[in-house]
Write a protein that binds this ligand. Structure first.
Ligand SMILES: [Zn+2]
Length: 604
C-alpha cells in the first residue's frame, strides 16, 4: 500500500472534529518559543478571535477578512485556521504572504513547529522528505503551499482554502488573482478565503475588499450606560460634536514651552464613552473586562453575510497612555515633514486605512527666513556660529559647472545658510570649502551624473559622494542584530582608479519632505539670510510634489518632481540627508516588524 493510500485510509477512519475551532485549538494547538504566551491556545485571553473563528467554521460563509493591528494575533488566527483545515476540512491550501522570502522565514521560524506540535496534523505529515519541502507539504491527496504574492504563484492551481496575509503590501490586482483560485470549490460551496492585514491605503484592493464584507468593529460594553461602543481611538461625544471622546488625556498636560509632558499624558489617559461620557480607567483590569464581554458590531444589513469582515485594533491589548504618547510623537514628526510615524500609527496600531492628505503644494510663495546677511560671512567665513555643531558643503554637479550650498548646523536641528552659488571648477569648490573651514569629509558631491568624475573628486579632495535614491529607506543593523530602517545608508567605500571613494545613499522623497517642512517654517529654525537672492529662492521652488501610480505596488503615491531649475534645492536636500545621518535632526527609527514576535494579547 502506498503512503498516499495509507494516509487517505487512516483519515477515512478519523471522524472530523465538529467542535468550535477555538475548542479544538485548546486541545491541539501548542504555542512554542515563537510566542510570548506559550502552551495551549486559550480563547479566553483573546476573545476578539471568537467570532472570526465561528465565521471560518460556518459553512454558509465563503470569505473572512480581518483588518487588525500588529501584535494582536492576526497571524496566529490564520495559523490556527490552517491547522484546523488540514485536520478537519482537508483540501488544497495555499497561503500567500507578502513575498517568497518572508513566507519561507515564517515556515522555518514558527509555522513548522506549530504543524509538528499539533497532533491531528502531525500524524498526517509526510514521512518522505520529498513531500515536505520548506514551503510545500503534501499530505497524500492534498497539500499546503506557502508562497509570496506574485502573479506566477497565483495562477493555475485550484485551491479549497485560500489564505492571504499582509495584503496591504501586495501589488494591486494580485488579490483578485488569489481569490479566483477557489472558484471550482466555490461551485460546490466548500471553498474558503481568509484575508488578513493591518490597515492599508484608503481605496486600495484590500480596503475595498474589507468594505465589501459585513464591516464589523470590535466593540466593548460601557461600564456606565451598558451600551456597546466600538473600541476606537478617535471619537466625539454624542450630541456634542466639539467634545472629544474615546481615548482622551489631560488637555493641560503640557510643559511651559507648550510641548506635551509625556508623563502627564500617560498618567491622565482614559477611555470616554461617546454615549454617556463614562470614564474608563486605563488599566489591565479594564482591558480584561472589555475582553470578557466584548463582541463585534452588527453586520451591515446591506451585506449578504457570505463575506464577513472584522476590524480590531491595538486598544484591546495596549496601554492607552502608550498609544496616546505614540500619537502625540507622530504628530510632532509630521510637523517636521516626517509622515511615516503617523501613517504607521493609523495602519499598524489603529488598523485603519491611510489616506495621503498631501495637496499639490504651490510653492510659488516660498518665504525664506533669516535676519542676517550672507555678505557678513564673506569676511568671517571660517568663524563658527553660536552653538554650531557641524557645517557641511553640498555640491550638485552639472556638465560644465557646479552649484553648492554651505550650511552651519546646531545640535538642536536649527541651521544657518552661510554660502550658496555657482562654481565653475572643482578647484574653486575646494577653495570655497577650505575658506569656510568645512571638514573635507563633510563636503558632499552628488554622484548621480558623471559618477566616475565625482569619485575622482572625492579621492583627490577627501570629499564624500552622495547618491539620491528612490528607495523609501535603508536597512541598518541595530543593537542586538535587529534591522532598523533609516533615510540614509551606511557610509560605503568603492575602489576606483586612484584609490577608495566614500559614498552614501539617501532616500530622496522622505528627505525632501523634511526639507519642505524646514522651508515652510513648521520644523526647526532654518535660516537663509536676507540677501539669499532670487535665484536661490527660484531653485527652492524648483520641485513640487505630484501624485502618480507606483509601478511597483500599483497604488498611488506622492513624489517630488522637478518643475524648473532645482540645483540648490537638491543641495539643501543633501544637507538634510547628512544632518539626519549625523543625528542633528531627530528621526524615528522604524524597526522591521517581521522580526518582532507577536505577544499574547490579554493577561489574566
Ligand atoms: Zn456609556
Amino acid at each position: 500500500m502506498s503512503v498516499e493510500n495509507l494516509q487517505g485510509w487512516r483519515r477515512g477512519w478519523a471522524l472530523p472534529d465538529r467542535r468550535p475551532i477555538h475548542d479544538w485549538a485548546r486541545d491541539f494547538v501548542q504555542l512554542g518559543g515563537g510566542y510570548a504566551r506559550q502552551g495551549a491556545f486559550d480563547i479566553r485571553t483573546c476573545r476578539h478571535l471568537l467570532e472570526p473563528f465561528e465565521a471560518v467554521a460556518d459553512e454558509r460563509v465563503r470569505e473572512v477578512t480581518c483588518r487588525a493591528a500588529i501584535q494582536t494575533l492576526k497571524t496566529l488566527f490564520v495559523e490556527i485556521c490552517s491547522l484546523w483545515a488540514i485536520a478537519n476540512e482537508p483540501g488544497p491550501i495555499m497561503w500567500t504572504q507578502q513575498d517568497d522570502e518572508s513566507a519561507a522565514e515564517h515556515v522555518k521560524g514558527r509555522y513548522r513547529n506549530l504543524l509538528r506540535n499539533c497532533e491531528p496534523v502531525a500524524r498526517l505529515l509526510p514521512k518522505n522528505k520529498h513531500d515536505a519541502a520548506t514551503c510545500e507539504i503534501y499530505f497524500g491527496d492534498f497539500y499546503i503551499i506557502i508562497n509570496g504574492a506574485n502573479l506566477n504563484n497565483l495562477q493555475s492551481k485550484s485551491i479549497r482554502w485560500k489564505l492571504n496575509s499582509e495584503c496591504w503590501l501586495w501589488k494591486q490586482g494580485l488579490l483578485t488573482h488569489a481569490r479566483r483560485r477557489v472558484s471550482a470549490y466555490a461551485r460546490d460551496g466548500i471553498s474558503k478565503i481568509l484575508n488578513e492585514s493591518q490597515g492599508s491605503q484608503d481605496g486600495d484592493d484590500f480596503d475595498r475588499l474589507w468594505h465589501d464584507g459585513t464591516s464589523q468593529a470590535w466593540s466593548v460594553q460601557c461600564f456606565g450606560c451598558g451600551t456597546f461602543q466600538p473600541l476606537v481611538f478617535f471619537g466625539r461625544a454624542e450630541g456634542e460634536a466639539a467634545k472629544r471622546a474615546c481615548v482622551v488625556w489631560d488637555e493641560n498636560a503640557k510643559r511651559d514651552n507648550g510641548q506635551w509632558d509625556e508623563q502627564k499624558v500617560r498618567a491622565s489617559t482614559r477611555w470616554l464613552c461617546p454615549r454617556c461620557g463614562h470614564e474608563h480607567t486605563n488599566s489591565a483590569g479594564t482591558r480584561a473586562k472589555w475582553n470578557a464581554t466584548g463582541r463585534y458590531s452588527a453586520p451591515r444589513s446591506d451585506r449578504d453575510g457570505k463575506h464577513r469582515s472584522f476590524n480590531w485594533n491595538a486598544l484591546l491589548a495596549e496601554d492607552l497612555g502608550q498609544l496616546a504618547v505614540e500619537f502625540i510623537q507622530a504628530g510632532e514628526f509630521k510637523k517636521r515633514g516626517q509622515i511615516a510615524p503617523l501613517r504607521d500609527f493609523y495602519m499598524q496600531r489603529l488598523a485603519l486605512p491611510w489616506r495621503n492628505e498631501e495637496q499639490q503644494i504651490t510653492r510659488a510663495t516660498v518665504e525664506l527666513r533669516g535676519d542676517y546677511l550672507l555678505g557678513e560671512f564673506q569676511e568671517k567665513a571660517a568663524e563658527r556660529i553660536e552653538n554650531e555643531a557641524r557645517r557641511m558643503m553640498t555640491i550638485d554637479r552639472q556638465r560644465d559647472h557646479f552649484w553648492a550650498v554651505i550650511r552651519a548646523w546646531r545640535s538642536d536641528g536649527g541651521s544657518r545658510l552661510l554660502w550658496r552659488g555657482k562654481i565653475s571648477t572643482t578647484e574653486q569648490a575646494e577653495e570655497v570649502r577650505a575658506r569656510f573651514g568645512v571638514e573635507p569629509q563633510l563636503c558632499f558631491e552628488d554622484a548621480q551624473f558623471s559618477t566616475a568624475q565625482v569619485y575622482e573628486d572625492c579621492i583627490r579632495y577627501g570629499w564624500t559622494a552622495l547618491h539620491g535614491s528612490g528607495e523609501d529607506s535603508f536597512a541598518h543593523l541595530g543593537r542586538g542584530g535587529q534591522k532598523v530602517q533609516k533615510f540614509f545608508s551606511s557610509i560605503k567605500q568603492t575602489q576606483v582608479p586612484g584609490g577608495y571613494a566614500r559614498y552614501m545613499f539617501w532616500a530622496s522623497d522622505p528627505v525632501k519632505d523634511i526639507l519642505a517642512a524646514l522651508v515652510a517654517g513648521t520644523s526647526h529654525p532654518w535660516e537663509c539670510g536676507r540677501d539669499h537672492g532670487e535665484e536661490y529662492a527660484r531653485h527652492l521652488r524648483g520641485e513640487i510634489k505630484r501624485e502618480r501610480i507606483s509601478k511597483a505596488t500599483g497604488r498611488s503615491e506622492w513624489r517630488w518632481t522637478k518643475q524648473g531649475p532645482n540645483h540648490m534645492w537638491d543641495c539643501e536636500a543633501m544637507q538634510v540627508a547628512v544632518a539626519l545621518a549625523l543625528q542633528l535632526i531627530p528621526s524615528p527609527e522604524k524597526h522591521d516588524e517581521n522580526h518582532i514576535l507577536q505577544p499574547a494579547v490579554v493577561g489574566h
